[in-house]
Design a protein around this ligand. Structure first.
Ligand code: NAP
Length: 305
């Protein structure tokens, strides 16, 4: 590495993405990885009191926030806590990063968009319009980051999947082992994005942006997702077919997964039908190549089976 070793403060180290980041960020230098026990985001005031001495002592060059309230359906009835974790506390992290002259990396979601149409959403051209309480809390978190921290990188991603933690892929493997048929929504389109890809791209971008001046125009908001697109239904079929190829014992075959409309599977929180993210900005600003989503899923199946 040509650059000096950096100090990295990571929050949410036990989550799907946080787990992968705790490993990948070591490429930048010293990582202080905090879990919910060490940094609870459910009370923004307590978080400030708790983290201020940590930030003063550790003097991070970058704060990476992988912690979030991610229970999309529960958030509909737990809006206060979702807002604390995803917005108010994120504002505190932004203020702390600004006061330490640190970069803040924060992750957001395709759920800030309303899912209309079929064009991939672009950062500058398309206005968020969240459908759910979770999406609204994530959008307000983004606003707090922009308001309080100049050197920010907001990375909006979609359909996060990793070997660690809970996700759609693991749910499909479990259900396909228990049942001989499944019904999966086919009219929501998006891109499964692996935690491995998210962590690697985060490190790559930070290698460029940590030495950058605070008024560097490349700070800002980016869409980061794997290449391609799919529906939850086609994704489930891909997972089951490729798990079977690897020798997994599943009762359900890909052809026994029935495509259904969203209306046939009602959930408390509405989801965007179109979750496609336009990734042109991140690819051109940082010269990053994004692999097809299947590559990330294959690597996770290799790790799990
Ligand atoms: N999952 C997706 O499909 C998806 C899609 C688009 C964007 N994103 C965004 O990507 C980021 C990472 O998501 P993920 O999938 O890695 O989420 P995850 O697996 O649910 O992990 C979230 C982490 O946040 C922690 N957390 C929750 N409430 C907390 C609190 N009050 N105080 C401190 N920590 C708390 C959790 O702690 P515990 O381990 O103790 O529960 C967990 O470690 C988030 O910003 C999310 O909004 C996710």
């Amino acid at each position: 590495m040509n650059q000096p070793p950096y100090r990295v403060l990571l929050l949410g180290a036990n989550g799907q993405l946080g787990f992968e980041l705790a490993i990948a960020l070591k490429a930048l230098g010293e990582v202080r990885a905090l879990t919910r026990n060490e940094a609870d985001l459910s009370n923004a005031f307590a978080l400030r009191d708790n983290l201020l001495p940590v930030v003063k002592k550790f003097q991070p060059h970058v704060i990476v926030n992988a912690a979030a309230y991610t229970a999309v359906d529960k958030a509909q009835t737990e809006q206060t806590i979702a807002l604390q974790v995803n917005a108010q506390s994120v504002g505190v992290l932004a203020e702390l990063a600004q006061s330490a002259n640190a970069v803040l990396v924060h992750y957001s979601t395709d759920y800030v968009f309303d899912g209309a149409g079929d064009k991939p959403w672009a950062e500058e051209d398309d206005a968020p319009n969240p459908l759910s309480a979770y999406g609204q809390s994530k959008w307000l978190g983004e606003c707090a980051v922009r308001q309080h921290c100049r050197k920010h990188l907001i990375l909006r991603t979609s359909w996060v999947v990793g070997a660690h933690g809970n996700n759609f892929l693991k749910t499909m493997l479990r259900l396909a082992a228990e049942r001989d048929s499944l019904r999966v929504v086919a009219d929501q389109i998006g891109v499964p994005t692996s935690t491995d890809l998210l962590a690697k791209v985060t490190v790559d971008i930070l290698q460029t942006m940590l030495p950058a001046a605070k008024d560097d125009a490349r700070f800002g908001t980016y869409h980061l997702a794997a290449a391609g697109e799919t529906s939850w239904h086609a994704y489930a079929q891909y997972v089951v077919a490729n798990a079977l190829k690897r020798g997994a014992h599943l009762s359900c075959k890909p052809e026994s997964i029935e495509p259904i409309p969203t209306s046939a599977y009602p959930l408390p929180a509405p989801r965007p039908a179109n979750s496609r993210l336009n990734t042109e900005k991140i690819r051109s600003n940082f010269g990053i190549k994004l692999p097809a989503w299947q590559a990330g899923v294959d690597a996770i199946l290799d790790a799990l089976i």
